[in-house]
Design a binder for this molecule. Structure first.
Ligand code: G3H
Ligand code: 13P
Ligand code: NA
Ligand code: ZN
Length: 328
């Protein structure tokens, strides 16, 4: 059944678990996520970005998610629009039938330039007013994602601010978060605590803590009724990176967010964990391997099936680690 983000995350908070929110662009991703969820009885968040909409087209994206809901009637599914760059984008998604939207007012409508606090409050509030009248949840974002080491957004293939940022933007301020939530009434808040989008998050293997969990804790204490969201939370699986490069790929040395640190975040109020890169890598690795090993094959179903299996294993591992199994 289709469910709002608020309902889903209220349940997660009540039972102390977190939910992965996977980006979807095609049927194989949707099936992998649903098959893994059905196997362990986990609720699901499927999110579509602007990039997904331009890749698949809005009707295909919407119908893919509807097909998932129809095939798995016992699994609660939230249909979430990821990173809306302007209110109009969010309004269009609400009209399409999304049960949740993200208004990312931390950046201007170009999706690159850090915005003023007032701009963020105003655009987010506009979306909340309309969304709540329609029973749709809203995620906002305060602070700019980016590496605490380099001050860079991490770009490559994700969204993020351009160029180097003032260090204070890279960490969400707890008092500002409280003010933002009281002014906008968002249901969920994405916070900046050291994650960045895309595959190139950390250039050396994280030893110890890479995220500011202390900051998560402080924010959660100030706004206990708002569900915290971590973007840029792919773990960049080393095994898939090696397979991609072994079978003709050329990805640089890179590391992601250790799953244990995400779990630490969940213990401190994080309820939604955005993951895109991990499924992209698993699917690319599985397809490269299949095509290299079965050079006679020209039936795409065979390599798509490998991709689905690879993505399914990542999804299952995240449901397990984040504690959402048995919660559907
Ligand atoms: O936050 C970004 C997600 O990874 C979606 O990426 O805009 O390339 O679909 P995309
Ligand atoms: P990753 O690039 O770490 O997968 O993050 C995805 C994300 O935050 C989508 O909004
Ligand atoms: Na989002
Ligand atoms: Zn994101």
């Amino acid at each position: 059944a289709l469910i709002s983000l608020r309902q889903l995350l209220d349940h997660a908070a009540e039972h102390n678990y977190g939910l992965p929110a996977f980006n979807v662009n095609n049927m194989e991703q949707v099936q992998a996520i649903m098959q893994a969820a059905a196997a362990v009885d986990s609720p699901v968040i499927l999110q579509g970005s602007a990039g997904a909409r331009s890749y698949a087209g809005e009707p295909f994206l919407r119908h893919l998610i509807s097909a998932a809901i129809e095939m798995y009637p016992h699994i609660p599914v939230c249909m979430h629009q990821d990173h809306g760059a302007a209110p109009a984008i969010c309004f269009r998604s609400i009209q399409s039938g999304f049960s949740s939207v993200m208004m990312d007012g931390s950046l201007l409508a170009d999706g690159k330039t850090p915005s003023s606090y007032e701009y963020n409050v105003n655009t987010t509030k506009q979306v909340v007013d309309l969304a709540h009248a329609c029973g749709v949840s809203v995620e906002g974002e305060l602070g700019c994602l980016g590496s605490l080491e380099t001050g860079k957004a991490g770009e490559e293939d994700g969204h993020g601010a351009e160029g180097e940022m003032d260090h204070s933007m890279l960490l969400t301020d707890p008092d500002e978060a409280a003010d933002f939530v009281s002014k906008t009434q968002v249901d969920a808040l994405a916070i900046a605590i050291g994650t960045s989008h895309g595959a190139y998050k950390f250039s050396s293997k994280p030893s110890g803590k890479v995220l500011r969990i202390d900051r998560v804790k402080e924010i959660h204490q100030r706004i206990p009724n708002v569900h915290l969201v971590m973007h840029g939370s792919s773990s960049v699986p080393e095994d898939w990176l090696a397979i991609i490069n072994q079978y003709g790929g050329d990805m640089g040395v890179t590391y992601g967010v250790p799953v244990e640190e995400i779990v630490e975040g969940i213990k401190n109020g994080v309820r939604k964990v955005n993951i895109d890169t991990d499924l992209r890598m698993a699917s690319t690795g599985a397809i490269r391997k299949h095509l290299a090993e079965d050079r006679k094959n020209f039936d795409p179903r065979k390599f798509y099936k490998e991709a689905t299996k690879a993505m399914q294993a990542i999804c299952a591992a995240r449901y397990e680690a984040f504690g959402s199994t048995g919660m559907a």
